[in-house]
Design a protein around this ligand. Structure first.
Ligand code: NG6
Ligand code: CA
Length: 481
């Protein structure tokens, strides 16, 4: 799962080689099934990841907006997840990379002690994590229940307020930054970059932004190798191409764009590393690989990294409008590829599938029953993922932007309803401006792929039907039959 990667950000989905090259991801698309209606469930990170793991839409649960640095665990122990399901089927399970779903009990993470509950309490045998996002503090790895390489004599403190009046911040020490901020990201400075939130201590545990991708490759390759003789499930959760975009020096300047493009090259390398490991272990024909993203693209996400200025003719959202934070197609329709050498015939699929469906689909693949009380919105789209003749995708998909009182999108066939409950609505230009719209808008994607022409008044029957459908999806509390 990539982070903030848009529909048009990879070669197989239309990115031009002079802007960015993604040979490893393209290889998956060429040798596997490239979905044109592959979705994630939200246009921000935490709700998509919540739904991906639990198989339930995040808007059903309070408090599933973008998680802050000291967020307690959002998914409670005892909740069935894609990992616990696969564990039941005898799989070894791991998550490597960005978590952003909180750690610890109601009081939040105990950074110097045991960080639980966390992934291990909801079905993962092993975790090696970046706790939230790398623009949020702290810059440390969490390996199983502990911060890795933490020196007990230099305890790690994480908080929302300045720990002391002299604590250097992105405001007081702005001239020392190597990447300037333009919105938020002006609290504690680490590695020359201002962050969201404050922290002190834990110096031996801190990493450099430039080394994240290498750490993910090392840990996932090691874990795959250790578990090669058993069935395994790896949730590989790259931080690329989220801000701060600070790729390793060997990837800097490797795209025709700024660090946003270089981070895509780095992500592609990470994908290649995993595929090379599978090849080396002779596992490629025994492994289903899914490539996806957690939300659509954003250019300027709070740092001056020239993503806008160097964009040229690159289209991060492909043909779609909107992106991260929006309920337009660009917010949740992303690259989505299923690859299984020898099992999935290469091709393109227009079946509607979502990251939220992976739980039910992998349960079907491994012969596990879904819990009666959970995975309320996960559909078994295995036949579509495998590209079988009888393939069935979804007949509808709901998207959301962030927390509970936010905005929704509902796609049924080629009709798209948007519902705006929040006062703030981001516009379609990947800019973070407030935009006022009617509460409901309706679009015909067949002739209006960019959702520009509101036909809500013109098609009152469709509008009414979809409005009611969305309302009952919310009220019923589930969509899985
Ligand atoms: C926003 C941050 C943005 C990003 C986002 C979460 C500011 C001004 N913006 O609040 O930079 O971190 O949260 O992104 O601080 S996500 O992909 O994890 O949802
Ligand atoms: Ca994201």
């Amino acid at each position: 799962m990539a982070d903030d990667l848009g529909f048009g950000d990879v070669g197989a989905y239309g990115a031009k080689p002079e802007n960015v090259m993604t040979p490893n991801i393209d290889k998956l698309a060429e040798g596997g099934l490239k979905f044109t209606s592959g979705y994630c469930s939200a246009s921000t990170c935490t709700p998509t990841r919540y739904s991906f793991l639990t198989g339930t839409y995040a808007f059903r649960k309070n408090n599933t907006g973008i998680a802050p640095p000291n967020s307690p665990a959002i998914i409670q122990p005892g909740t069935e997840t894609i990992a616990s399901i696969l564990k039941k089927a005898g799989y070894k399970t791991a998550v490597v990379g960005k978590w952003h779903l909180g750690l610890g009990g109601p009081e939040g993470p105990n950074w110097n002690g045991e960080l639980k509950p966390g992934p291990r309490e909801i079905g993962f045998d092993f975790n090696f994590l970046l706790p939230t996002t790398n623009d949020r503090v702290p810059q440390v790895y969490v390996e199983n229940h502990r911060v890795r390489d933490l020196d007990p004599n230099d305890p790690l403190w994480v908080g929302q307020k300045k720990p002391n009046p002299d604590h250097p911040t992105g405001i007081t020490h702005r001239n020392t930054l190597r990447m300037n901020w333009n919105d938020g990201h002006n609290n504690t400075i680490h590695n020359g970059i201002g962050r969201i939130g404050f922290y002190t201590g834990g110096h031996t545990a801190r990493f450099r932004d430039e080394d994240l991708a290498d750490a993910w490759a090392k840990q996932s390759n090691k874990w795959i190798t250790e578990n090669k003789d058993e069935p395994f499930f790896l949730f590989f959760s790259s931080h690329d191409i989220h801000v701060p975009r600070m790729p390793h020096v060997r990837f800097q300047g490797k795209s025709g764009m700024s660090y946003r493009g270089d981070a895509i090259v780095q992500l592609d390398w990470n994908v290649g590393e995993i595929m090379r490991t599978l090849d080396r272990l002779d596992l490629t024909e025994k492994t289903l690989v899914i490539f996806c993203s957690d939300n659509g693209p954003v250019l300027d996400d709070g740092y001056d990294d020239e993503a806008n200025e160097t964009l040229g003719d690159h289209n991060p959202g492909g043909p779609y409008s909107g992106g991260k934070y929006t309920v337009r197609e660009g917010g949740t329709r992303t690259p989505f590829i299923s690859y299984w050498k020898g099992r999935i015939a290469p091709g393109t699929s227009d079946k509607m599938v979502s990251t939220i469906d992976l739980a039910a689909s992998l349960a079907a693949l491994t012969g596990v029953n879904l819990p009666e009380e959970g995975m309320l919105d996960s559909f078994n789209v295995l036949s579509a993922l495998l590209g079988e003749k009888s393939a069935e995708g979804r007949d509808h998909i709901v998207s959301q932007d962030n927390g509970r009182r936010g905005n929704y999108g509902l796609r049924v066939g080629n009709w798209k309803l948007q519902r705006h409950d929040s006062e703030r609505m981001y516009n379609g230009n990947l800019q973070m401006e407030a935009w006022t719209v009617p509460q409901y808008t309706l679009f015909n994607l067949t002739e209006d792929i960019k959702e520009m022409n509101n036909v809500y008044e013109k098609f009152p029957e469709v509008a009414k039907r979809m409005k009611n459908q969305l309302q009952s999806i919310i009220d019923n509390g589930y969509t899985r039959k």
